[in-house]
Ligand binder design. Structure first.
Ligand code: KE4
Length: 424
């Protein structure tokens, strides 16, 4: 199909989908180009509708830790689909998936499945409010926990002032129940917990939605102690870190146990699935065991559960060693390219970000000071060279087990050429 065909798809898309997409980042507006329409994925590669191939570093924003169209995942989904797609009734396979989650996460005894991370985070906040009989939620600037009203809030002026809506349509009264504080800022957290009766503090234990910004040494331990002292539920949003930075997520990697855990992405292996989870005593407040209402037509969907189980099955100890080695290879290569350029490299197991910044990025203020025009040019230049980076500076590169030393090296070669084009 010629370029015209691609435009035809995009023109048709814009006629029936806002911005031509079903999720904003896919529109590629942050990198100044039109969206790429994908025909299929093969391992670590994407193929667009024009037949162009790319080494994929988005991996559906995290779920495809085994790569695209993993044979075990595909056959599990096909087998499940042959028996039906959804029943609106209990199935054994969703019990199996919950058992596999409980076996991995130190702070988890019970799980409730949802169909998206947004739903899971929203439901975890409702549970935390019920458990504490409080209303205020604290989150970090630059962290993303889905688009439920209360979590689409922009920081107020002061360190711990109540927030303003982060989007039209979010009632000020909803935003005002959220306090937004700077990432890695102990004083701001102390102030927020002192000045408000806080139901929950939500945290991406390794921030990845401002680009990858790991917690300062001891910061998660600090959050654990400060929230415990304040009677606040500590919620780890492990939608990205779960099953990725370690088999049991960040709570295993850092040895810090939250009160509630939100998961998504990998748990569904590329199909719509997410979950919130925690100790039995807390989770049994969730209907129908308890009085906190939460529901979902497709929650625990058998096809998503089959994809999730097949994905978790592929994540043995060797898998995490390999994921770490591939991550280090990519990050080390970026570090070499950053040596004499205004670039910063951040990483966590399975996650990398290349910041177009003169200074290290420690929080959202640092991230928003990045040269996003240069980043956009870099991404366009990488796509021209058959490499598909996350099309926004405030995102992570997602490493998969389908990547190889060769695909990392080809990516680094393209990055060197792209950086020469962008930065001279
Ligand atoms: P979903 O509702 O998109 O399934 O999950 C929301 C969510 C919650 N928590 C964290 C830490 C997340 O990263 C996300 C969603 N991540 C983005 C990418 N950074 C999804 C991509 C998109 O919005 O299209």
């Amino acid at each position: 199909m010629g370029g015209g065909a691609l435009l035809t798809v995009y023109d048709r898309a814009r006629a029936v989908l806002p911005g031509g997409v079903n999720s904003p980042v896919r529109a590629m507006r942050q990198i100044g180009r039109e969206p790429i329409f994908i025909d299929r994925g093969e391992g670590a590669e994407l193929v667009d509708v024009e037949g162009n191939r790319y080494i994929d570093w988005v991996c559906s924003w995290g779920p495809l830790i085994l790569g695209h169209a993993d044979p075990a995942v595909i056959s599990a989904v096909i087998e499940a689909a042959k028996r039906g797609t959804s029943y609106g009734a209990a199935t054994a396979i969703e019990v199996q998936l919950a058992e596999q989650v409980v076996a991995r996460f130190p702070a988890v005894e019970m799980v409730r499945m949802t169909s998206s991370g947004t739903e899971a985070a929203m439901s975890a906040v409702r549970l935390a409010r019920a458990l504490t009989d409080r209303e205020v939620v604290v989150k970090f600037a630059g962290a993303y926990h889905g688009h439920s009203d209360g979590l689409l809030a922009e920081g107020g002026s002061g360190m711990a002032t109540l927030s303003v809506p982060g989007s039209p349509g979010v009632p000020p009264a909803m935003a005002a129940l959220t306090v937004v504080v700077p990432w890695n800022d102990r004083a701001a957290v102390h102030t927020a917990l002192a000045e408000h009766q806080v139901a929950a503090l939500l945290v991406e234990p390794v921030a990845a939605n401002m680009g990858v910004v790991p917690p300062d040494e001891g910061f998660l331990e600090f959050l654990r102690e400060a929230t415990r002292a304040a009677g606040t539920q500590l919620i780890f949003d492990e939608v990205i870190t779960g099953f990725r930075v370690a088999r049991g997520g960040a709570q295993e990697l850092f040895g810090v146990e939250p009160d509630l855990t939100v998961m998504g992405k990998i748990i569904g292996g590329g199909l719509p699935a997410a979950a919130f989870a925690g100790p039995r005593e807390s989770m049994e407040r969730i209907a129908p065991a308890g009085d906190v209402y939460q529901a979902g037509t497709l929650s625990g969907n058998p096809l998503a559960a089959a994809a999730g189980l097949a994905t978790l099955d592929g994540l043995d100890a060797g898998a995490y060693e390999r994921l770490g080695a591939l991550t280090d290879r990519l990050a080390d290569g970026f570090e070499a390219l950053a040596a004499d350029r205004p670039l910063q490299v951040a990483k966590a197991p399975g996650l990398v970000t290349l910041f177009f910044s003169e200074v290290p990025v420690r929080n959202f203020a640092d991230a928003t000071a990045c040269d996003t025009d240069a980043h956009a040019h870099f991404c366009r230049a990488m796509l021209d060279r058959g490499v598909y980076p996350p099309p926004a500076q405030f995102e992570a590169w997602f490493v998969s087990l389908a990547h190889s030393e060769a695909s990392v090296d080809r990516t680094l070669e393209a990055a060197g050429e792209a950086l020469d084009e962008v930065l001279g």
